[in-house]
Each structure stands twice: as C-alpha cells, then as structure tokens.
Design a binder for this molecule. Structure first.
Ligand code: HEC
Length: 139
C-alpha cells in the first residue's frame, strides 16, 4: 500500500467509519496493493471532502448542519427549492457539487455552497467522481 493511500484509509476510518478500507468488500478491479478502483476513488473523495472543507457544513452521521447530512443521501429523494423532488443519483450529486441549476435543496441557505462550488469546478472529473463515490459510501 502506498503511504498516501494508507493515510487516506486511516483518515477515512477515523473520520467517517468508512467500510471497505480493509478490502472486505469484493473488488471488481483490484490494484496490486488491494484496493479496487472504486475504493481508491472513494478514498480520494474522502480526502478531498476533508481538504476542501465540505465536512464543515455536511455531517456524515445524520445530523443537520448548515447543509444537509450526506448520510443516506445517495438514492434518497431530495426536495428542491423549486418544489420538485429529484432522486439523488450519481448524476444529481455531481450536478449539486458543481452547482448546476435545479439542484438547490429546499430549506437551506441559498448561497452557502457558493465558494465550495467554485473549488469543485476547478477539480478534474476524476476528483469530482471521487467525491460522488465518497458521498455514496456514507450509508
Ligand atoms: C458553508 C457551508 C457549506 C460547505 C462548506 C459545503 N456545502 Fe454543500 N451544501 C450547503 C448547503 C446549505 C446546501 C443546501 C442548499 C443548496 O443546495 O445549495 C448544500 C448542498 C449540497 C449538496 C446537495 C445535498 C442534498 O441533500 O441533496 C451536495 C451534494 C453538497 N452540498 C456537496 C458539497 C461538497 C462536495 C462540498 C465541499 C466541496 C460542500 N458541499 C461544501 C452548504 C455547504
């Protein structure tokens, strides 16, 4: 295992109780050091989640913060500011992270995500996907 991966794993375990760090889940594609590509992407996402300050407003344990918790978010139905609801698919999550129209969540401050969206837009696709994978791992 590369030192950076080990750090990410410890970080993810410590901060989020992320499962799958010990490769207990079946891996579709396995790197030589035992992490699947999805697991690596998830760990990268966890690292970005912390580094970019997302955790300041979004809990991983179900507690409401400045923003909605990400616990159980994936696959749930999100009520939007417009009154519509959307299923929190990977696509929705990616769009929300990038601040696309039609992703603003009802009942939360309107512009709180602005700075984070600016940061997220400077990430490459792989990193954004990592954050999506991370969010989807928080059940
Ligand atoms: C200053 C507080 C704040 C920070 C920091 C922040 N967010 Fe948010 N976020 C919010 C708020 C408030 C909402 C709900 C209102 C909206 O949709 O804009 C939200 C909504 C979201 C949603 C949609 C959630 C749902 O329930 O559908 C996602 C996904 C998200 N943020 C991801 C991120 C990511 C990734 C980062 C870090 C790069 C981040 N946020 C940083 C406040 C924040």
């Amino acid at each position: 295992m590369q030192p950076s991966s080990r750090i990410a794993c410890v970080l993810a375990l410590g901060a989020f109780g992320l499962t799958g760090c010990a490769s207990s889940q079946p891996a579709t594609t396995t790197e030589s050091f035992g992490f699947s590509l999805v697991q690596r992407s998830t760990l990268r996402g966890a690292q970005l989640w912390v580094d970019l300050g997302c955790a300041a407003c979004h809990s991983t344990n179900g507690t409401r913060g400045v923003g909605p918790t990400i616990r159980g978010l994936a696959g749930s139905r999100v009520r939007l500011r417009t009154g519509r609801t959307r299923e929190a698919t990977s696509r929705f999550l990616r769009e929300a992270i990038l601040g696309r129209p039609g992703t603003q969540v009802r009942g939360y401050p309107r512009n709180a995500m602005r700075e984070s969206i600016g940061r997220a837009r400077r990430l490459d696709r792989t990193d954004v996907q990592g954050i999506v994978d991370f969010i989807e791992s928080v059940r």
